[in-house]
Design a binder for this molecule. Structure first.
Ligand SMILES: Cc1ncc(COP(=O)(O)O)c(C=O)c1O
Length: 389
């Protein structure tokens, strides 16, 4: 797994330190240690066009600037841009496509990403192709035409497949395509796609970055100046920016990202131990398991294996629907990545929009977002639900 020391950047400061400090110097006006929530929509100018860096809050806002600097530092990126949701961030990236240019999407991905690419950008003249992005041999042999952008999720939502970012980025670049990595499941603490060759990193900040199920947000990290200029132009022109309060909530969440992720991973391992030995479970999908097809890629490019666990039940969809209703601590709800544990049925909930497509998920699948409650309580809760089948 990636060595902890590799997580330092040129500032010489480790990830945990940057999460708390980057972009968050004490406020020069008051000395406030916590980044103020600047609600002002407009900013005084000394003379026309002469100001302190801010004119109007859609174009730029001090609280948002602090968040963008912090998250860019965590992704080891030159530039960071915050958005009002993960999908708004994705939309901003997809607007980089020129007329006729298409997208290559993995055959397992968040349903909303598929919906945006297939049902919004498809009809607007951007063809999309779906492929198994873990099958580099097939992609090498038959690279799809018209692909200007490769959209990688790793680990994927909900099957937790892991794509070799470095190898696929090399192949995509040889074909002149940009590489986007949705790093929502891993977070920059566990995986940093830009140094591995990705061009753009996108996040649903609603998940682990916020970490407390109380803010919807999105983020894009990028190194290339021209790409950043294009994104910043659309961020302002289309205007899907987060509120200053939402930026504050994500900044506050990120301060504890490292300690939260360590515990998410440890709790996930405890849950996986229960699931692999349980007779009601057909298969456990977790990248740490040696028989997981993405294990080698995950071990190479991730610091640890994350807090998301999926599993298939022997009893098919009926058993999956029963289990998600019978847990008590694992709350039946969409979303993921926060302190409380959640359970869901992707086929009927988060991934309804992929039904009938190449991304359709099995009915016997259950997805867990393993939270920060005591592992013993989480394991006991799941055990009673599984034993009841
Ligand atoms: C992997 C992934 N990417 C993107 C999104 C979209 O983010 P948001 O819901 O913040 O728009 C989600 C939402 O669940 C997701 O799971």
């Amino acid at each position: 797994m990636a060595d902890r020391d590799e997580q330092e950047d040129e500032s010489g400061l480790a990830f945990e330190t940057r999460a708390i400090r980057a972009g968050q110097d004490a406020d020069p006006a008051s000395g406030a240690v916590v980044t103020p929530i600047t609600l002002s929509t407009t900013f005084a100018q000394h003379a026309v066009g002469e100001h302190q860096g801010y004119e109007y809050s859609r174009s730029g806002n001090p609280t948002r600037a602090a968040l963008e600097a912090c998250l860019a530092s965590l992704e080891r990126a030159e530039h960071g841009l915050a958005f009002s949701s993960g999908l708004a961030a994705e939309d901003n990236i997809l607007r980089l496509l020129r007329p006729g240019e298409g997208v290559l999407l993995g055959h397992d991905a968040y349903g909303g990403t598929y919906r945006l690419i297939a049902s919004v950008y498809g009809p607007a003249g951007h063809p999309y192709r779906v492929a198994d992005l873990t099958d580099l041999r097939a992609l090498r042999a038959d690279w799809p035409a018209d692909v200007a952008m490769v959209w990688i999720e790793t680990p994927t939502n909900p099957l937790l497949a892991c794509v070799d970012i470095e190898a696929l980025a090399e192949l995509a670049h040889a074909h002149g395509a940009l590489v986007v990595v949705d790093n929502t499941f891993a977070t920059p603490y566990l995986q940093q796609p830009l140094p591995l060759g990705a061009d753009l990193v996108v996040h649903s900040a609603t998940k682990y970055l916020g970490g407390h199920s109380d803010v919807v947000g999105g983020f894009v990290a990028v190194d290339d100046d021209a790409l950043a200029d294009g994104l910043r132009f659309t961020q302002n022109a289309a205007g899907a920016v987060p509120s200053p309060f939402d930026c504050y909530l994500v900044l506050r969440g990120v301060k504890t990202l490292a300690v939260r992720m360590d515990r998410h991973c440890a709790n996930a391992r405890a849950v996986v131990d229960l699931l692999v030995g349980h007779p009601a479970v057909e298969r456990v999908l977790y990248p740490q398991l040696p028989d997981h097809p993405g294990h080698a890629a995950a071990a190479r490019q991730m610091r640890d294996f994350g807090g998301m666990v999926s599993f298939l039940l022997q009893g098919g969809e009926g058993a999956a629907l029963a289990v998600v209703e019978r847990t008590e601590l694992f709350t039946l709800a969409e979303s993921l990545g926060a302190v409380e544990s959640l359970i869901e049925h992707p086929g009927r909930m988060t991934h309804v929009s992929v039904a009938g497509s190449a991304l359709e998920v099995p009915g016997s699948l259950v997805r867990l977002s393993v939270g920060l409650e005591a592992a013993t309580d989480l394991v006991a809760d799941l055990r009673q639900a599984l034993d009841s089948l």
